[in-house]
Design a protein around this ligand. Structure first.
Ligand SMILES: [Zn+2]
Length: 303
């Protein structure tokens, strides 16, 4: 069983002219479908090079590719709570720049099946500031707050990965519902700007949200990571109460450097085995590998 809250596979295969069934990246359906039950989020990542005018059309190109591949491979698209048990694909957008400053675009993307939105990428957009803005980063704009409220109303997953710390706390204040960090690790273990402080992790835990462990080597450990480093981040999140919160957002096909021993989705079983070898009980391993994202999705989506 495997669930994952973030990959950039569709954007990558669109540009590379490849198929989802079999390709030379980190994720393809041939490898993914070996899992008895699987939920895979596919992000439409909006590269800043498409700003300002090309973001929405880029987003539509990736969504088009997502549906072509889901139909070809007969992958169910999860849009409602009752779809979650059957497993399948969840469509997400990474970068609120795709909205071009309009709530109408959010509502139309929802109608196209988008169920999660990473509010920012690293830079600034109309919704707020990403972590890449550094010390001068602000939080959410008024528009960003209205996007969060509309996402709550529609039953979409608000994703705070990449968002500035100030923006994170603005989301915590603006959101009625649980929210997620789809692909972010613990700053206490690896002091990267993309990772979350203990206070941020604690807030997501308290709200019954979800945090996906990112397998980007640089976010796991400076100077090269191993499967042990993945376990250190998981262990830390568990120490902050994350038994029902922590899972994976591996960032496959979005990162160049994976930990030693991990080449792609086919190696996720090695992480499950490592957890079992470290005396994690089977129920907890199942929650981390699958159940926690399944639970968050079912809880936040609406009919
Ligand atoms: Zn990302």
């Amino acid at each position: 069983m495997f669930s994952d809250a973030h990959c950039d596979t569709i954007s990558r295969i669109l540009d590379a002219g490849q198929d989802l069934y079999e390709n030379d990246g980190h994720v393809d359906y041939r490898r993914l479908k070996r899992q008895v039950s699987q939920i895979q989020f596919y992000a439409a990542w909006i590269d800043p090079k498409y700003e300002p005018g090309g973001c929405l059309t880029r987003c539509l190109d990736i969504i088009d590719k997502f549906y072509i591949e889901c139909e070809k491979n007969q992958i169910p698209v999860i849009t409602k709570p009752q779809d979650v048990d059957g497993g399948g694909a969840v469509l997400s957008v990474e970068g609120g720049s795709a909205l071009c400053g309009r709530l109408s675009a959010l509502r139309m993307l929802h109608k196209l099946g988008v169920r999660a939105l990473t509010l920012t990428w690293n830079g600034r957009n109309a919704l707020g500031d990403g972590v890449g803005e550094g010390a001068s980063a602000g939080g959410l704009s008024t528009f960003g707050k209205s996007v969060v409220a509309e996402m709550n109303r529609l039953g979409m997953l608000v994703d705070v990965s990449h968002l500035s710390e100030k923006g994170f706390w603005d989301v915590a204040q603006a959101s009625d519902a649980a929210f997620i960090a789809s692909h972010s690790n613990a700053k206490r273990i690896c002091a990267h700007q993309r990772n979350l402080t203990d206070e941020q992790i604690g807030e997501i835990v308290r709200r019954s949200g979800f945090i996906g462990i990112n397998l980007c080597s640089d976010f796991l450990r400076e100077g090269g990571a191993s499967i042990d480093d993945i376990l250190r981040h998981i262990e830390h999140m568990l120490s902050l109460g994350g038994r029902e919160t922590v899972g994976f957002g591996a960032d496959f096909d979005g990162v160049d450097d994976l930990p030693n021993g991990v080449g792609g989705v086919e190696d996720m079983g090695k992480i499950a085995d490592a957890l079992l070898h470290n005396n994690y009980d089977e129920g907890l391993v199942r929650q981390i590998m699958f159940g926690n994202l399944h639970r968050a999705l079912k809880q936040i989506l609406k009919n």
